[in-house]
Design a protein around this ligand. Sequence first.
Ligand SMILES: CC(C)(COP(=O)(O)OP(=O)(O)OC[C@H]1O[C@@H](n2cnc3c(N)ncnc32)[C@H](O)[C@@H]1OP(=O)(O)O)[C@@H](O)C(=O)NCCC(=O)NCCS
Length: 155
Amino acid sequence: MVATTRADLLAACLLEEASWRDLNALRYLERVCFPKDVWPLWDLIGVLTLPNVVRIKAVADGQMVGFIAGDIRQADGMSYIATIGVLPEYRGRGIGAALLQACEKRLPTLTIRLNVRTTNNVAIQLYLTYGYQKAGLWRKYYQDGEDALIMEKKR
Ligand SMILES: CC(C)(COP(=O)(O)OP(=O)(O)OC[C@H]1O[C@@H](n2cnc3c(N)ncnc32)[C@H](O)[C@@H]1OP(=O)(O)O)[C@@H](O)C(=O)NCCC(=O)NCCS
C-alpha cells in the first residue's frame, strides 16, 4: 500500500533508540539540518554514547530520517533538548512532533529547556505548539552572531 495521508506517512515511520551504529547517518542528518551549526565529530559520538542522554531516531524507507537527543541534568533540575532534526523531504508529516513527544516522555525532570535561533520560525512554532514558552535570550550565541531564544516547558 502506498502511504498518502499525513497519518499514513507518519505511521510508515518508526521511532527507535539510536546508538553509536547510527554515527554516519547522524553526521549526514546534522549536516543537512544544521549547515550553519555543524557539531564536531566528538559531540556526535557523545550524544550517541554518553549516559543520561535520551537518543531517539526516526526511521523510514530504511534510513534515519530524524533524530532527537535529550540531555538529562538532574543536578540542574532540568533536561535540555540538545538537538532535533528531520530530513527536508520528510518534514511536515508529524515526525518532529513525534520525536519531541517520545523524548519528553523519557525525560525525568519537570522542566525541559532548549535554545533555538531567533529566526527559526518553524522550530519555534513546533515548540510553542507543544507547550514551550519563551524564557530568555542569549545574545550572539551562535557562531555567525545570531541570538538564541531560550524556551522552557514546565510539566
Ligand atoms: C523543526 C523540525 C524538526 C520540524 O520537523 P517536522 O517533522 O517538519 O515537524 P512536524 O511535521 O512534526 O510539525 C510539528 C509542528 O511544527 C510546526 N511546523 C512544522 N512545519 C512548519 C512550517 N513549515 N511552518 C510553520 N510551522 C511548522 C507546526 O507547529 C507543526 O505542528 P502542526 O503540524 O500541528 O501544525 C524540522 O523543520 C527541522 O529539522 N528543521 C531543521 C533543524 C532545526 O531547525 N531544528 C531545530 C533546532 S532548535
